[in-house]
Design a protein around this ligand. Structure first.
Ligand code: SAH
Length: 358
């Protein structure tokens, strides 16, 4: 048993089975043994690779989309450039480099990063060396002001609750102990959860519904700030419109793993419910764009021209890997369709470049 598995087993013996969201939170962010708290999980040597780690083009294009929104909104100064869950800091570094082309933008911009992991904060500090940056534990402590925000593969890391339909009620997924003391998934008592009443209509018997309790407050706070001060938020992640079925998964060394074995040693995620993001943006007083596939957004932002320009300086294996990265980001059979973007923008204005209106 890992130290975290021992800690969880002791907690379950004392308190009884814990919810899936408590399990996920401990596995990812436990200060001593949590997955993000203890390592740099990215890249070929890690457990997964994200879009900004695949190619600089991802950050450059999102940065230029934010820059166009800044110009369209009258170049507010000062303004906040914010990333939630910045990983290694690669996306922010690529955005800042592309934004240098826009006169006045960087001078107007204060960079703020929202990051829970001390290990990754150290990594971000190195990547962004030479640029003043302020770190935050939570979105609430950002200063007020026009907000230009990006989040890639952040919302999929937030803990979820799962419910299995049984007749007119539901049983919540929990994590308990098997006869031999190992962590084991199970289900709690049959309950008529009021918050799931509407999901009885579209969930079959035995079907799973997922809820991310931290999503509405975070997305709502983004929207409140954009409604009040202007700005725009670009959220990229894998997922779909409305949760349906069990999407809880573990990834270790780029391969699927058992999420209940070796807690703290694998990345745990769930698909993001873009309908929940859209509802929270509107409840916060801002507008939401349509959910738009990543491949479509990147093509509209000019990835083909940018890829061709970069290709001119490359040959041999470097050129091959650049061409493969372009395909991986945009091809519907790779990340182009599974990954989606949604924007939060001021009501009464068009969505930012690349995204469809709702
Ligand atoms: N955006 C980066 C990293 C994605 S991984 C990329 O695309 O490469 C998820 C990131 O969110 C990590 O930096 C992780 O430490 C951070 N994170 C996870 N849960 C968090 C939370 N509750 N609060 C703040 N940051 C969190």
């Amino acid at each position: 048993m890992t130290p975290l598995a021992r800690h969880l087993a002791a907690r379950i013996r004392a308190e009884g089975p814990i919810s899936l969201s408590d399990y996920m939170a401990e596995c990812l962010l436990n200060p001593q043994h949590g997955y993000y708290a203890t390592r740099d999980p990215f890249g070929a040597a890690g457990d997964f690779t994200t879009a900004p780690e695949i190619s600089q083009m991802f950050g450059e294009l999102l940065g230029l989309s934010l820059a166009q929104s800044w110009l369209d909104q009258g170049a507010p100064s000062p303004c906040l450039l914010v990333e939630i869950g910045p990983g290694r800091g690669t996306l922010m570094a690529d955005m800042l480099r592309a934004m240098r082309a826009v006169p006045g933008l960087l001078e107007a911009t204060e960079v703020h990063l929202i990051e829970a992991s001390p290990t990754l904060r150290a990594c971000q500090r190195q990547t962004l060396v030479g640029r003043p940056v302020t770190w935050h534990d939570r979105i609430d402590s950002l200063p007020e002001g026009p907000l230009f925000l990006v989040a890639n593969e952040f919302f999929d890391a937030l803990p979820i609750r799962q419910f299995r339909r049984e007749g007119q009620g539901w049983r919540e997924r929990h994590v308990g102990l098997s006869g031999d003391g190992q962590l084991a998934p199970g289900f709690g008592p049959l309950t008529a959860y009021g918050m799931l009443a509407e999901r009885l209509a579209d969930t079959p018997e035995g079907g799973i519904v997922e809820i991310c309790p931290a999503l509405p407050p975070i997305a709502g706070e983004i929207a409140r700030r954009i409604a009040r001060h202007g700005g725009v938020a670009l959220i990229a992640d894998y997922g779909d419109w409305r949760s349906a079925g069990d999407t809880f998964q573990a990834l270790k060394a780029h391969a699927p793993a058992d999420p209940y074995a070796d807690p703290g040693q694998a990345d745990l995620t769930a698909h993001v419910d873009f309908e929940a993001l859209s509802l929270a943006f509107r409840a916060g007083g801002a507008a939401a764009s349509a959910m738009t596939p990543q491949g479509v957004v990147l093509s509209r932002l000019g990835i083909d021209a940018r890829a061709e320009r970069l290709a001119r300086a490359l040959s041999g294996p470097a050129l091959q890997s650049h061409l493969a990265a372009h395909r991986r980001l945009t091809d519907p059979a790779e990340m182009g369709q599974l990954f989606k973007l949604i924007a939060c923008h001021p009501a009464g204005m068009p969505p930012p470049p690349g995204l469809d209106p709702a």
